[in-house]
Design a protein around this ligand. Structure first.
Ligand code: NAD
Length: 260
């Protein structure tokens, strides 16, 4: 039986990528709903016609339009919509795979509330190599200790609105920093993690974590060349979550094959 997927943010960069990837595995997945913003110019248009991925009979609708027979909601939309999409997933009785970044407290609360009723997985980054980088950053911070300052540089396409990226904040937490840390280009103060962001072009996402010591430095770098990597990770998460009980799950459990 194929897994019925509703995509929140279906007309966006990530949503379209997901529709394309989903349509490559018709035996595993089928699109049951394509949710867009209330003012989207795509509302009412056929998904296949817009994305051109061979999907038929599904039109772009607002997230409030709950569908029956939905197994998983995959959400790459905007932070403000997170609570509404969580409620829609609960009403559908579907698992919720959420990749939207820039969440505020209401988004965090929505994830926690949903996990009482349905399986929930939140990840700021659905790339397997980034899941490994998170582990490496934790290990490097632990092994190098407070003598090394941590600075994080990220580069994304011109359309990205949240700064710093959700992935940069996740890496900062992995390095032992507290968010939000030092975001603007201001003098370093104690052992805070510093963030810097560049925006331009079509770059899907690059992150460098610097461990700056006296006389040496370590740099851990991750570059995404193709945002299909995020789509494949989210669909892998959807497959796993469709079989799980309510609760919170971590991306490492889904994407990484070995624990140590
Ligand atoms: P985008 O701007 O291209 O698309 C946004 C989508 O959200 C559109 O379909 C739009 O119609 C929809 N939307 C807008 N307002 C809405 C509302 N009120 N309710 C429901 N839907 C609404 O954005 P994008 O580049 O596709 O990125 C989407 C999100 O995914 C961002 O938060 C981005 O940072 C994040 N992202 C996460 C990962 C990851 O691996 N976790 C990877 C890439 C992007």
């Amino acid at each position: 039986m194929s897994i019925a997927v509703a995509i929140a943010g279906a007309s966006g960069r990530m949503g379209r990528e997901l529709v394309r990837h989903l349509s490559l595995s018709p035996g595993d997945f089928r699109l049951c709903a394509a949710w867009v913003g209330p003012n989207s110019r795509w509302r009412g248009r056929d998904v296949g016609e817009v994305v051109g991925a061979g999907v038929q009979g599904v039109v772009f609708t607002p997230p409030g339009e709950v569908v029956g027979g939905c197994d998983v909601v995959i959400d790459f939309s905007i932070a403000q919509a997170c609570p509404m999409i969580g409620e829609a997933a609960i009403l559908c009785g579907a698992a919720w795979v959420c990749g939207t970044t820039g969440l505020d407290q209401s988004g965090e609360t929505a994830l926690a509330r949903a996990a009482e009723f349905i399986p929930v997985l939140y990840a700021a980054n659905f790339s397997p190599a980034m899941a490994v980088m998170e582990e490496l950053v934790t290990r490097a911070a632990h092994r190098l200790g407070p003598g090394f300052d941590v600075e994080i540089l990220e580069l994304h396409h011109r359309g990205k609105s949240d700064i710093p990226s959700g992935t940069a904040l996740m890496l900062g937490r992995a390095a032992g920093g507290t968010n939000p840390g030092r975001i603007r280009a201001t003098p370093r103060n104690g052992d805070e993690v510093g963030y810097a962001a560049l925006r331009g072009g079509r770059v899907p996402g690059e992150h460098t974590v610097f461990f700056l010591g006296d006389g040496e430095r370590l740099e851990l770098v991750h570059r995404v060349h193709d945002r299909g990597i995020f789509a494949r990770g989210a669909l892998a998460a959807a497959q796993v979550l469709s079989l799980r009980s309510p609760g919170r799950y971590h991306i490492g459990e889904v994407l990484l094959t070995r624990k140590n």
